[in-house]
Design a protein around this ligand. Structure first.
Ligand SMILES: Nc1ncnc2c1ncn2[C@@H]1O[C@H](COP(=O)(O)OP(=O)(O)OP(=O)(O)O)[C@@H](O)[C@H]1O
Ligand SMILES: [Mg+2]
Length: 370
């Protein structure tokens, strides 16, 4: 980030990593100022987890350099581990143990006395709303509770830098909001956070700065506002059942949006960025389409998504290893206006790491790979 001070909490330069033929990271640069939250936004397979694993010393990079709290992640791995927390993409809790036991054991691994470990566990259980479930084995917890316990576990050692790999993926909307509150309060207390996500709204809510990564490269970086203004703010979207009228529909909404409409001929889907003019633009669009005699279906306004980011930045929808993004479900878009990223800097390019837990206690866990 351009506002990075001389001593960022996380500094990454030209990081590369390949798995056989797969170039997971192709030269990533990052800088996370102390006390700030960086959102790393990217689709499946972009390289998010690979980057997190390197920064948390779980994986050695092929090239480039990374420091966390001033310590080199390769040469000073033990010092890095002492100052960080990681809540990985898959929760790394011991399912047979109760919530309380999970936290107490980690406290002991941090060389706390039993009394201190117990008191720290109690504090975290309270903070994460797990006091009532504290005596139950973690395997009886819901996904959201396991996620909270996992995050609580990453905080036992009071890390100054926290890595959260897709902290809300798979959570229901209410749990997701709860997790956002927790992350916000950690950020407010001065913890530096690097979080990965596939959701622009999540990065928007939580991050001071965002980097967008795709196929192992940073393709854009900036604040959420800068990113959204590149996309054109809110998005007006509709389908045109009669494909022959697609061109007329585009012409009709051209004046409504601030940005060039994007038409997917195959799906008959038209999207156009309308900035912050929301409902006003919606009404104008209805009038214009009506005036042109074009029938539409599902005309609606929505918040921009990761796909809109990709469309705006790269001119194509996000892909996973060259395949359309099936899991996020908007793979029907293809083609479109390239070069709308002007003004953005061009891209250059379930395991937690804890002091005690790092040293081979969980050797079998490897969340990398698709
Ligand atoms: N251990 C591994 N062995 C082989 N290939 C791997 C391994 N780990 C990751 N990869 C590959 O590297 C690329 C980046 O994977 P990574 O897990 O970093 O992506 P991601 O951005 O975290 O994706 P997701 O959103 O699905 O978690 C993918 O193509 C993946 O298949
Ligand atoms: Mg991942």
């Amino acid at each position: 980030m351009s506002e990075a001070g001389p001593d960022p909490a996380i500094a990454v330069e030209g990081l590369t990593k390949s798995f056989g033929q797969v170039r997971a990271l192709r030269g990533i640069d990052l800088s996370v100022p102390r006390g700030s939250v960086l959102g790393v936004l990217g689709p499946n397979g972009a390289g998010k987890t690979t980057a997190v694993r390197i920064l948390t010393t779980l994986l050695a990079p092929d090239g480039g350099r990374a420091t966390v709290n001033g310590y080199d992640v390769v040469r000073h791995a033990a010092a890095v581990r002492r100052s960080i927390g990681l809540s990985g993409q898959a929760p790394a809790i011991q399912e047979e143990l109760t919530g309380r036991e999970n936290l107490e054991i980690i406290g002991r691994l941090y060389h706390l006395s039993w009394a201190e470990a117990r008191s720290r566990a109690g504090e975290l259980l309270e903070q994460f709303d797990l006091t009532e479930a504290a005596r139950r084995p973690a395997k009886t917890y819901s996904g959201g509770m396991q996620r909270r316990l996992d995050l609580a576990a990453s905080l036992v050692g009071r890390p100054s830098v926290l890595f959260l790999d897709e902290p809300t993926t798979g959570l229901d909307p209410r749990s997701r909001l709860g997790m956002w509150d927790i992350i916000r309060s950690l950020a407010a207390s001065g913890t530096t956070i690097l979080l990965t996500t596939q959701y622009l709204d999540e990065a928007d809510e939580l991050a001071d700065a965002i980097v967008v990564i795709d196929h192992g490269r940073v393709i854009a970086e900036g604040t959420a506002e800068q990113l959204k203004s590149r996309i054109g703010g809110d998005v007006l979207e509709f389908t045109v059942p009669d494909r022959a009228r697609l061109g007329d529909a585009v012409a009709a909404v051209k004046r409504v949006g601030g940005a060039e409409p994007h038409a997917d001929a195959e799906a008959g889907l038209i999207t156009v960025g309308v900035g912050s003019r929301g409902s006003e633009a919606l009404i104008e669009a209805v009038r214009a389409l009506d005036g042109a005699g074009v029938t539409t279906r599902g005309l609606a306004l929505r918040r921009p998504s990761l796909d809109d980011v990709f469309l705006a930045l790269t001119g194509h929808a996000a892909e996973e290893d060259g395949q359309p993004p099936g899991r996020r479900g908007r793979g029907r878009r293809a083609g479109g206006p390239g070069g709308r990223a002007a003004g953005w800097q061009d891209g250059r390019g379930g395991e937690r790491q804890l002091a005690g837990r790092a040293a081979g206690r969980r050797p079998g866990i490897d969340q990398g790979g698709e």
